[in-house]
Design a protein around this ligand. Structure first.
Ligand code: AMP
Ligand code: MG
Length: 408
């Protein structure tokens, strides 16, 4: 058996980032930027008002209350560029350009409408204004040429907004890998079709396709192949033309019909490595490159396949998608009950429920049966506890967890 970290290092060493592509910014959410971005335009592009109110010269308001002549209105989007003179004001809306000559904005709340002797409209400014009051200067958010974000940034909605604000329409990003998922096994029947004796449902395919999607990648359903080397070979050969990575489940143990192993060895040349990883579940695992496409051969037991996905496929796919942080959120949690196990030289992944306590620490409990075919407890869990070799964790002790679905 080899330690988990050694197997992970082997996999990660063969899964470099995909070649960047240029995408419209609206398609870049959650992708990783493959280039630095600088502001091509200042933001805001011109001095503008932060308030609905009156643009004026602040020195005219020193002796407030004062009445100023109202010489116009500027709304957001207005291209009015006439200057204002002494003792004049312009009605201005939030986001409208500050007229030349004005150096402050007084909010509507600090003004009154008045009429001059000749009936023309004036504005009474009730309080003195200071220079620059309520003016948003051009470039005060981002100056032209300023660094907006670095290569490697994981793009949030706010990053897309910032790019739109500086006029950047498209961006070089690492593409999301297209990931094929293939089940293998003569016993597999898809949901919706009656089961004959000896058959089981193909649950791995839907769960692995969903795991790919939930991790932000593009799932490709490759169906299910019988335990026949020719069928598996043709499915894998086709898949590597279509996909950036392939995940198979089943056929990697030491049974007489574990053909995935044989076919992978043939197609992958010397690149494929068969591993017995010192973890439970998910001990058997194979990985290699077929035509330069990473192939993850996961064990068939339903929980094993999902734990193997978490240990190997997910971090490797994240690396292909350009992420530098490859891992699930990790925490040190307090066990609220015993998590017993027997010593066997392996790290055990226990399916647990983790809940944030009032003490600000995650507390965990077992999510149920821990055998590798008991998928129900996987569905009932939101975290994996890493129970080290030994006799298990006692109630009240701390244990490392990977948080799979905590928070919203
Ligand atoms: P294998 O690794 O092919 O020996 O499979 C180990 C166990 O997992 C066997 O009990 C299989 O029937 C089961 N298994 C394999 N593939 C799937 C699948 N796609 N869905 C559900 N169970 C599976
Ligand atoms: Mg099988």
């Amino acid at each position: 058996m080899i330690p988990l970290e050694q197997a992970q290092d082997f996999v990660l060493g063969s899964c470099g980032p995909l070649a960047p592509v240029e995408l419209p910014i609206a398609q870049c959410l959650s992708a990783v930027a493959a280039e630095d971005v600088h502001a091509g335009e200042p933001v805001p592009p011109f001095d503008n008002s932060a308030m609905d109110g009156f643009a004026l010269r602040h020195e005219d308001t020193t002796d407030a209350p004062v009445d100023l002549a109202l010489v116009g209105t500027v709304a957001a989007g207005s291209s009015r560029q006439e200057p204002i003179g002494p003792k004049e004001a312009v009605r201005i809306m939030t986001g409208a350009p500050i007229p030349p000559g004005a150096d402050a904005v007084v909010m509507v709340e600090n003004s009154e409408s008045v009429l001059a002797q000749d009936g023309t409209e004036m504005v009474r400014i009730l309080l003195p204004a200071a220079a620059a009051d309520h003016i948003r200067r051009a470039g005060s958010d981002l100056a032209r040429g300023e660094m907006v974000m670095r290569q490697g940034t994981v793009l949030t909605p706010a990053h897309l907004g910032v790019m739109a604000s500086v006029g950047k329409a498209s961006l070089k990003v690492f593409p999301s890998p297209r990931v094929g998922v293939l089940s293998t096994g003569d016993e597999l029947v898809r949901p919706g079709v009656p089961l004959s004796y000896g058959q089981i449902r193909d649950s791995n395919r839907v769960a692995l396709l969903a795991s790919v999607k939930a991790s932000g990648f593009e799932p490709v359903d490759l169906g299910s192949a019988p335990d026949d080397p020719i069928a598996i070979e043709s499915a894998l050969a086709g898949a590597t033309e279509l996909c950036d990575a392939v995940i198979t489940s089943g056929g990697v143990s030491v049974g007489d019909f574990d053909h995935t192993k044989v076919v992978l060895d043939r197609l992958g040349g010397g690149s494929v490595r068969w591993m017995q990883v010192a973890i439970k579940p998910a001990k058997p695992f194979a990985f290699g490159l077929i035509s330069n496409v990473p192939v993850f051969a996961l064990p068939g037991n339903p929980v094993s396949s999902l734990v193997s996905f978490e240990c190997f496929a997910r971090p490797a796919l994240r690396q292909m998608a350009g992420y530098s942080d490859l891992w699930r959120q990790r925490a040190l949690a307090i066990a609220d009950e015993d998590l017993p196990r027997k010593s066997d030289g392996k790290l055990h992944f226990a399916r647990v429920t983790a809940e944030m306590g009032e003490d600000g620490t995650y507390h965990i409990r077992s999510a149920g049966g821990q055998s590798s075919h008991q998928l129900g407890s996987m569905a009932g869990s939101n975290a994996l506890a890493l129970v080290p070799d030994g006799n298990g964790i006692r109630s009240g002790e701390r244990v490392k967890v990977w948080l799979l679905r905590c928070g919203s």
